[in-house]
Design a protein around this ligand. Structure first.
Ligand SMILES: Cc1ncc(COP(=O)(O)O)c(C=O)c1O
Length: 295
């Protein structure tokens, strides 16, 4: 059992040290291809730069650890990560998605996903009963939530929705970009897949577009996602993977400071003459609404 605080594990990138040089910081593997073993095998697991690259290993292992997941894949963007989950479904499958969500994914679901044959249903995911009423056992294959949701910071009850989804034989995937594993660990609450736009808090320096998925377990659905990344090629560049790990080392410090700053800003605008509403989960008014909805 590792007793180190997650912030320490993150700052030390799992404590990785290069065995041959004792370097603390991993290299960037710019290679696109790898030499086979003398008997024609690829025992390192590396064959070509599209399915994988050794530079992905540490950021993926670190994020899997922080989320308490079994596996992680990085992608060339948050959108590439999110869409890989929907593409792992089959035409005709019913999916439930929130009305309030990142606009780019909502647009993709309304256009490409629908044209491709997914039955996409938008519900108010902050009202658990509304979501429960929309789920159809045997037909619904995926419930997708985003919490807190961009741009209103609406909250969804992950544990309640996981139970609803699983009872109906569906999987639960959650966009946890805003929460980060510092604030919420959706897998512990029952989620099957956690998605991040790593472009945001995980990287934290506004110099990388990246995405990631974390799976609660290795299963056939996850294998489909692995195959989609390998064949569609929506991978992170090696330098971006390296920058992502560099950025993640300060994740806990940054998230803590972001929360404090956001709280001050949200409180400042409560009752402000020029502001209709201040929406932030840390405000007592919002918390009262959330507990009313949970009852
Ligand atoms: C909550 C959320 N999910 C997904 C995305 C898409 O991520 P990316 O821009 O890395 O493709 C964004 C981008 O703003 C986002 O805010």
């Amino acid at each position: 059992m590792d007793s180190r605080h997650p912030a320490t594990i993150t700052a030390q990138a799992l404590g990785w040290i290069d065995e041959s040089t004792q370097a603390l910081v991993p290299p960037v593997y710019l290679t696109t291809t790898f030499i086979r073993d003398p008997d024609n095998q690829y025992r390192t697991g590396n064959s070509y730069g599209r399915p994988t690259n050794p530079t992905f290993v540490l950021p993926e292992a670190l994020l899997a650890r922080l989320e308490g997941g079994a596996a992680c894949l990085t992608f060339g963007s948050g959108m590439a990560a999110a869409t890989a989950v929907f593409l792992a479904l089959r035409p005709g499958d019913h999916v439930i998605v929130p009305q309030v969500m990142y606009w780019g994914l909502r647009k993709w679901l309304q256009s490409f996903a629908t044209e491709w044959g997914l039955a996409v249903e938008f519900v108010d995911a902050s009202v658990t009963d509304a979501l429960a009423a929309a789920v159809r056992p045997g037909y619904t294959k995926l419930v997708w939530i985003e919490t807190p949701a961009n741009p209103t910071w609406a909250i969804t009850d992950i544990a309640a929705v996981a139970e609803i989804a699983h009872r109906a034989g569906a999987r639960l995937a959650t966009d946890s970009t805003v929460a980060t594993p510092v604030l919420t660990r959706p897998i512990e609450l029952g989620a099957d897949i956690v998605m991040h736009s790593a472009t945001k808090y995980l990287n934290g320096h506004s110099d990388v577009i990246a995405g990631a998925l974390v799976a609660a377990r290795h299963d056939e659905f996850w294998e489909r996602i692995v195959a989609i990344r390998a064949s569609n090629g929506a991978i992170l560049g090696p330098f971006e993977a390296w920058l992502l790990l560099r950025g993640m080392r300060t994740l806990h410090l940054r998230v803590e400071r972001c929360c404090r700053a956001a709280q001050v800003i949200a409180e400042h605008f409560v009752g402000h003459n020029h502001v209709t509403a201040s929406l932030y989960p840390g405000l007592p008014t919002i918390q009262a609404t959330l507990s009313r909805r949970a009852r």
